[in-house]
Ligand binder design. Structure first.
Ligand code: PHE
Length: 344
């Protein structure tokens, strides 16, 4: 018969319940809450309880049922936490997994080397946006309106229309323009960064590559200063015996302009298949900043003059390590990247 003692007694034995296996828990659930279980039976007896005691016992029975279910859930939870001793444990004497260390990418190595050389000459690093406007990439650099670089076939446009179209920069000269617009004179900066050109991908060309461009503006800067800066750079980069030669060239933003070759570091000028028998390797373009460019950025060309130069990091790295195909730099083939593990 239902009684207070009976309910108390059941509560106590609920609390003492223990199980070592899932099966035991299930047996207990049946014993308590199953169709013929202890608590189910009490609910049947409850029908015969006198009306004045119904409320009191009703509440107590419900509390007992909730407590039974909670204890069963709790036991299941406890059991799931216990490690099964029959399963194999971790063997702490096993050697650990080797954590592979990555190494720097040849483009990063080369960029850092170029930057550190120019730092020694007193240049600081300037950076700018990859998504640029026409003004900073072309107009301020004296590109005439009909220049082919402004064509869709050469430049990736983000929004081609309007007075000042938005595009992906085709060179980091745009950063030099920004520097001229915002800095005090004299200026001595190098601008490393990623550039984009609408070119078919091949062993010698890619639509994304990296440049380091440089700019020096002060009073009385001459072509002789440019030549000396490039010579010192080439000797730091390719070795102390390196020779340079300059060939006349054309860029809208420099006048006069030149292309610079270094003596081939493989055959030392004798002629080999790397330098195609000429003994020389082209490394960069340069020149004296055109007065129109200075004027466009608010610098008086009657007072100031300057030089600029620009080089492709991929090309410098190719010459330094005889990489034959530009695509290697972008494919992340570990066999290629591991070649540079020991270069610091
Ligand atoms: N901006 C040129 C290029 O991308 C390189 C350059 C820079 C040439 C400065 C001359 C002077 O090809």
């Amino acid at each position: 018969m239902i009684s207070q003692e009976k309910i108390d007694q059941l509560m106590d034995s609920l609390r003492e319940m223990k199980a070592a296996k899932e099966q035991e828990i299930e047996e207990m659930r049946v014993k308590w809450l199953g169709k013929k279980g202890e608590i189910t039976r009490l609910f049947e007896e409850f029908r015969t309880v006198s009306p004045e005691l119904k409320k009191e016992y009703g509440q107590k029975l419900n509390a007992l049922k909730v407590a039974a279910q909670a204890r069963i859930d709790e036991m299941r939870e406890e059991l799931s936490q216990i490690v099964d001793a029959t399963k194999p444990r971790m063997d702490l004497t096993m050697p650990g997994d080797i954590m592979e260390l990555g190494s720097r990418h040849p483009i990063s190595i080369t960029r850092e080397e170029i930057i550190s050389i120019f730092r020694k000459f007193g240049y600081s690093v300037a950076e700018g946006p990859e998504i640029e406007d026409d003004w900073h990439v072309f107009s301020a650099l004296n590109f005439p309106p009909e220049h082919p670089a402004r064509d869709m076939q050469d430049t990736f446009f983000v929004s081609p229309g309007g007075e000042n179209p938005i595009l992906l920069r085709t060179h980091t000269s745009s950063v030099q323009v920004r520097t001229m617009e915002h800095s005090e004179l004299p200026i001595r900066v190098i601008c490393p960064g990623r550039v984009f050109r609408n070119e078919a991908i091949s062993a010698r060309a890619h639509c994304i590559f990296h440049q380091v461009e440089g700019l020096y503006i002060d009073k009385n800067v001459s072509f002789a200063d440019l030549k000396q800066a490039i010579l010192l750079f080439a000797r730091e980069m390719f070795g102390p015996d390196t020779q340079i030669r300059m060939r006349p060239s054309y860029f809208p933003f420099t006048e006069p302009s030149a292309e610079v070759d270094v003596s081939c570091n493989i055959c030392h000028g004798k002629g080999c298949n790397i330098c195609k028998g000429t003994g020389w390797l082209e490394i960069l373009g340069c020149g004296m900043v055109d007065p129109n460019v200075l004027r466009a950025s608010g610098i008086d060309p009657e007072v100031y003059s300057g030089f600029a130069f620009g080089m492709g990091i991929e090309r410098i790295a190719m010459l330094k390590w005889q990489v034959k195909d530009l695509r290697h730099y972008f494919e992340n083939d570990l066999r290629f990247l591991r070649e540079f593990e020991t270069v610091v």
